[in-house]
Structure formats: structure tokens, C-alpha cells
Design a protein around this ligand. Structure first.
Ligand code: IPE
Ligand code: IPE
Ligand code: MG
Length: 260
């Protein structure tokens, strides 16, 4: 058998990270309150999960609510919390049935007790699932993530469990969120903005970035497929040269001058 299937498989991302942006504008364009956009956005989450399950993507990390989003008008934050709680109650059974493991990253202490309970119960309930690792970043910030990792290292140094000279990028990386997963291969942001907005600052170091003007509630499988196709055509060099990372069959034949 040819080695083609293995090469093709390597071109499907193992881990997809998504900034789900544009809910508010989607609603505003329809002259509806922003919360209607968030409701429509919740439906798009299912489109994305279905796509990952169909494509055999192993991990999906969704940015649902940032550290900075707490600063939005009280009414919008309240509506988002209600939606969040409702989605947790409604979706967990189905996610569990489909073999999805659900986890949350972010500053949980900032959420109300009822939401924290639902998060913990969704995590417990789906702990043994392995088909898709779904991580929801909520009350999450990339800066917070790095700071909490640094604090955890500092606590170990202060307690004499760790020597300061043993702190390197691997030690710090191991204490950031998602350390147990491969780093995201592909990042997608809807909504037209081409920025990271304090998402996974540490983990995205060598992630391929893909942006679309489409608003999150408009998400469909065809758009996700476009991102996949674009990703499949990219060469990831991780700081090396193209020749170093090219699989042998893809290398250009030697030119006449160099081969003679
Ligand atoms: C993303 O959509 C959802 C959250 C940040 C909670 P937005 O609410 O940011 O939508 P826009 O960017 O204002 O359109
Ligand atoms: C990023 O979107 C956060 C989420 C999608 C959860 P924002 O709408 O908060 O980002 P900015 O303000 O446009 O950078
Ligand atoms: Mg936004």
C-alpha cells in the first residue's frame, strides 16, 4: 500500500482551537438584541462539534467567554450566564452519548455556584470518553493561564519541592491549561477580526491561523472544510527550513545543474 493515507491523515488537524466571534453583530444586523445572537451562536457550537466528530479531529477547544468579557454590560453577561447554564443542562447527555469528553478551562471561581456545579458534573459524567476532547474556555484569558502556571511553580519553589533552575519552558508549559493535549494545530476565528484577543497565548506558538468574515451564528460545515483544505496545503516549518520538513516524496527533483 502507498504511504498516501498516512500523509493525508497528518493533514487533518488533531487539535482545533476556535474563537467563536460575531454573535452580537449577527443580531444587530437583524435589529435584534445581542442576546439573540448568542442564542444563535449556541446552535453553531453543535455544527462545529458535529464536524469534528465526522472528521475524526481529536480535540476541540472553544473560546466561549474571555476574562475581559466580564466587563460587558450586566444585562449581556447575565444573559450569557443563563444561556451557558441552559446549554450545560441540555447538551451533556447527548455529548456523553456521542463519546465527547467535556472540560472547562478558566477562572471558575468567578462563576455562580449553579454554573460551577454543572461544569463539575459535566466533567465527571464524561470523564471516560475519548472520541473527542472538547474544552470550553470560559472566564479564560491567556495571560491568566500563564500567570497561574507561574504561580504554581513559585509555590513549589517556596515549599522546597522545585529548584528555580529547573524552571524552563517545559516545566511552565506543563502547568498551563491543555498541557495534556497536543498543542492546537489549527486556529479558526470567525467574525472578521484578525486578532487573538487573549486566547491561548502560550499554546498557539506554532498553530496555523485561519480567519473568516463569516459571523459565528452563520457557521456551516462548508466553511470549516475550507479551513481544513487551507490547513492541508500549508507547510509547517517550526523554525526549520522547508527542505528539512518536507516529506521525501514532496521534495523537488534536483535541477540539471546540481545533478550533473
Ligand atoms: C462572541 O461574540 C461571543 C462572546 C464574546 C461571548 P460577540 O458577542 O463578541 O459578538 P460581536 O463581536 O460583538 O459581534
Ligand atoms: C473573543 O471575542 C472572546 C470570545 C469569543 C469568547 P471578543 O469579541 O471578546 O474579542 P474582541 O473584543 O473583539 O477582541
Ligand atoms: Mg466579539
Amino acid at each position: 500500500m502507498s504511504s498516501e493515507p498516512a500523509i493525508a491523515a497528518a493533514r487533518v488537524p488533531r487539535h482545533l482551537a476556535v474563537i467563536m466571534d460575531g454573535n452580537g453583530r449577527w443580531a444587530e444586523r437583524r435589529r435584534r438584541p445581542r442576546v439573540i445572537g448568542h442564542r444563535a451562536g449556541a446552535r453553531a457550537v453543535n455544527v462545529c462539534i458535529d464536524f469534528c466528530l465526522e472528521q475524526g479531529i481529536e480535540a476541540l477547544t472553544l473560546f466561549a467567554f474571555s476574562s475581559e468579557n466580564w466587563g460587558r454590560p450586566e444585562e449581556e453577561v447575565g444573559a450569557l450566564m443563563k444561556l451557558f447554564l441552559g446549554a450545560l443542562e441540555r447538551e451533556v447527555d447527548e455529548l456523553d452519548r456521542r463519546g465527547v469528553r467535556v472540560r472547562f478551562i478558566g477562572e471558575r471561581e468567578r462563576f455562580a455556584e449553579a454554573i460551577r456545579k454543572q461544569m463539575a458534573s459535566a466533567e465527571d459524567r464524561t470523564r471516560a470518553n475519548t472520541r473527542l476532547h472538547l474544552t470550553v474556555a470560559a472566564s479564560y484569558g491567556g495571560r491568566w493561564d500563564i500567570a497561574q502556571a507561574a504561580r504554581s511553580l513559585a509555590e513549589d519553589v517556596a515549599a522546597g519541592r522545585l529548584a528555580a533552575e529547573d524552571i524552563d519552558e517545559y516545566a511552565l508549559g506543563a502547568r498551563t491549561c491543555l498541557a495534556e493535549l497536543p498543542p492546537p494545530d489549527l486556529f479558526i476565528r470567525t467574525g472578521g477580526e484578525t486578532r487573538i484577543s487573549n486566547f491561548l497565548l502560550w499554546q498557539l506558538a506554532y498553530t496555523e491561523l485561519w480567519f473568516t468574515d463569516l459571523l459565528w451564528p452563520e457557521l456551516d460545515a462548508a466553511t470549516l472544510q475550507r479551513a481544513m483544505d487551507d490547513y492541508a496545503g500549508r507547510q509547517r516549518r517550526f523554525g526549520l527550513t522547508g527542505a528539512q520538513v518536507a516529506p521525501a516524496p514532496d521534495r523537488l527533483p534536483a535541477t540539471k545543474e546540481t545533478s550533473e
